[in-house]
Design a protein around this ligand. Structure first.
Ligand SMILES: *Cc1c(COP(=O)(O)O)cnc(C)c1O
Ligand code: SF4
Length: 348
């Protein structure tokens, strides 16, 4: 494993790290001493959805291990090209509910604002890998229309910055947007759904914190971390800075075969999140997006996993297992399969 000194890592700006991300499959394989035979499929699968891995994320992967749980999330593989009738381009039908540019308003009281089309990492399972983000890069005029939409609907209590990854937007844009939203009296809360502090923790700067936390709105950040190995000391420092600023931290993960579908992966992820003061919120079963079928985990296995977590963890470290169903009024919970255990006399 390569570990730079922390001073060296932190002296590089996040914009620089974003720009220097690895996009060539050959370079990724070389850097991790992986079998060159992986190159052909990686090239073929990345034609459809490009490879993109930032350096700080790469530095947490194990060399020579094609099954590394972080690598599997980003390495294009031949299985992505297989056709499967149940796995489609737009499993959530969002390309149709997205009536106004930059806004997805599906649930009562809260709406998603697509703040940035870009992501710092391309996750192979992403449910939006086929989403037409370029249509959602807003002009100034469209930003004002999106704000008008929020202003005119006083049922909207919470605005959720989403994407792509909203933290791919610059601090100036985020500060402006947050100030505008804070002026709308019926909006009470701000939420940010992001994977950037996980893949490039250097993104969490004083200036970002000021941009998000500088208004009356309480801020919740929902991180997207799928595996305990993603939580290194740099991510830990970023999380501490956010917590010191009063940001409530939650995590959502996606259940992925070969990444985090064993009970030990889930237990260590929840424990590591808890150690950092981050509460597991959602564990999503995979959306049936074309090209991601090799990550599929059966519902029965998913429900048993969460049942086992309930038996081993404090309740607040057990995420809610959910599925997104087009047309539903919220995420749809899947009940855990409870473990039938013989409790002896624990206090005897
Ligand atoms: C997930 C999601 C939300 C947030 O849902 P919560 O259950 O409040 O976390 C809001 N809008 C859309 C479109 C979503 O997909
Ligand atoms: S960061 Fe989120 S939106 Fe971006 S590719 Fe990964 S899962 Fe998809």
């Amino acid at each position: 494993m390569i570990h730079g000194s922390s001073a060296a890592v932190e002296s590089v700006s996040w914009q620089n790290l974003l720009a220097r991300s690895i996009t060539d499959p050959l370079e990724l394989l070389r850097r991790l001493d992986l079998d060159p035979a992986l190159l052909g499929p990686a090239r073929a699968a990345s034609a459809d959805f490009p490879l993109r891995v930032p350096e700080p994320y790469l530095s947490r992967m194990q060399h020579g291990n094609p099954a590394d749980p972080l690598l599997r999330q980003v390495l294009p593989v031949g299985e992505e090209l297989l056709e499967h009738p149940d796995f489609v381009f737009d499993p959530l039908g969002e390309q149709h509910t997205n009536a106004r540019p930059g806004i997805i308003h599906k649930y009562h009281g809260r709406l998603l604002l697509i703040v940035s089309a870009g992501c710092a990492v391309n996750c192979r399972y992403c449910f939006r890998r086929h989403f037409p983000y370029s249509d959602n890069a807003l002009s100034t005029d469209e930003w004002h229309q999106a704000l008008d939409y929020i202003r005119q609907d006083d049922s909207i209590r919470e605005v959720i910055y989403s994407g792509g990854d909203p933290l791919a937007a610059n601090d100036k844009r985020l500060a402006w947007l947050t100030r505008e939203i804070a002026e709308i009296a019926h909006v009470k809360r701000l939420r940010v759904h992001t994977r950037l502090p996980i893949v490039i923790p250097q993104r969490v700067t004083d200036s970002l914190i000021e941009a998000l936390c500088g208004t009356r709105l309480p801020v919740t950040m929902v991180l997207h971390c799928n595996h305990a190995h993603e939580l290194d000391s740099h991510v830990g420092s970023a999380i501490q800075a956010l917590r010191r600023a009063g940001v409530m931290l939650l995590n959502q993960a996606v259940l992925l075969k070969g990444v985090n579908d064993r009970i030990d992966d889930q237990l260590s992820l929840s424990e590591a999140l808890g150690d950092h003061g981050v509460m597991p919120y959602y564990l999503h079963v995979l959306d049936h997006v074309k090209g991601a079928q090799h990550f599929h985990v059966d519902d029965e296995i998913a429900r048993r996993l969460v049942g086992e977590m309930l038996a081993k963890l404090p309740g607040f470290l057990v995420p809610r297992l959910v599925r997104e169903i087009a047309g539903a009024t919220s995420k749809t919970p899947l009940p855990p399969e409870l473990i039938n255990q013989q409790i002896g006399r624990p206090f005897a």
